[in-house]
Design a protein around this ligand. Structure first.
Ligand SMILES: [Fe+2]
Ligand SMILES: [Fe+2]
Length: 245
């Protein structure tokens, strides 16, 4: 086979790949459209359906690491990086620095609502229990001041949700539970270092935390998502968000 023929075959394979039919999951459009209605789908004209990595997205390595998800699937991570840097500057433990680095990854790459709970579940098989616990409850603790560590209710929340906003009952319940838990302060430290007013001039590189991630995150050898952990499928969904089945 000549080089030209090989190139043509590769190009053909690529165009077939680009030509796959994408049907969006209900959750991606629920609200914009009535989820009770049938999901609209483009005419397929015999085309194949998306069953792998969406070619519109940067291709992930065969055995992705947590860092690869940051690079290829998460939105800008400034908030996470600056929070982790602040925790480091404040002399926090590696566990707390890691928790700060990862506390909002559900917002960065998965689902916003209940982001603390989602992130904790994604991370549970791979980090110390205290880290995922702290991440789960930072979402609730964020709504409640703790003067002992100089944490006030975020002004931003009043702006975003209104001065009269009351957290849901389950948030209050989980706050009350977390407040009396042995790991309360770990979770609270995420809030203390959780920067809303981050400095656009401060550039923190992900590489600064490679060592901490290496020590604190149990990277599966098969690649994050291809392993058999209870949350591997969540990582696969981030890798292939338009997979048909
Ligand atoms: Fe958060
Ligand atoms: Fe945050």
């Amino acid at each position: 086979m000549t080089t030209l023929q090989r190139a043509e075959i590769a190009e053909h394979a690529m165009s077939q790949e680009l030509d796959r039919v994408v049907v969006k999951s209900v959750i991606y459009t629920s609200g914009e459209r009535d989820p009770r209605q049938p999901v609209p789908r483009p005419p397929d004209q015999g085309k194949r359906y998306m069953m792998g990595q969406d070619p519109r997205l940067p291709r992930m390595p065969a055995r992705p690491t947590l860092i690869d998800y940051f690079k290829y699937r998460f939105g800008p991570a400034n908030h996470l990086l600056q929070s982790a840097r602040l925790a480091q500057k404040n002399g926090a433990s590696e566990k707390v620095i890691l928790a700060c680095l990862l506390h909002d990854i559900a917002i960065a790459g998965f689902i916003r609502g209940d982001h603390g709970y989602w992130a904790a579940q994604m991370l549970e098989p791979y980090v110390d229990e205290e880290v995922s616990w702290a991440i789960r409850y930072h979402q609730a603790l964020r709504f409640y001041a703790d003067e002992s560590v100089g944490y006030a209710y975020p002004e931003l929340y009043s702006k975003l949700f209104g001065a009269d906003y009351q957290p849901d009952e389950y948030i209050e319940r989980d706050y009350n539970m977390a407040r009396n838990h042995k790991w309360y302060m770990t979770s609270r430290l995420i809030c203390v270092n959780d920067l809303y007013a981050f400095d656009p001039d401060v550039q923190v590189e992900l590489e600064e935390f490679t060592d901490i991630v290496g020590r604190q995150f149990k990277q599966p050898k098969e690649g994050l998502g291809w392993d058999a952990s209870p949350s591997a499928h969540m990582w696969r969904t981030i890798m292939c968000p338009t997979k048909y089945l």
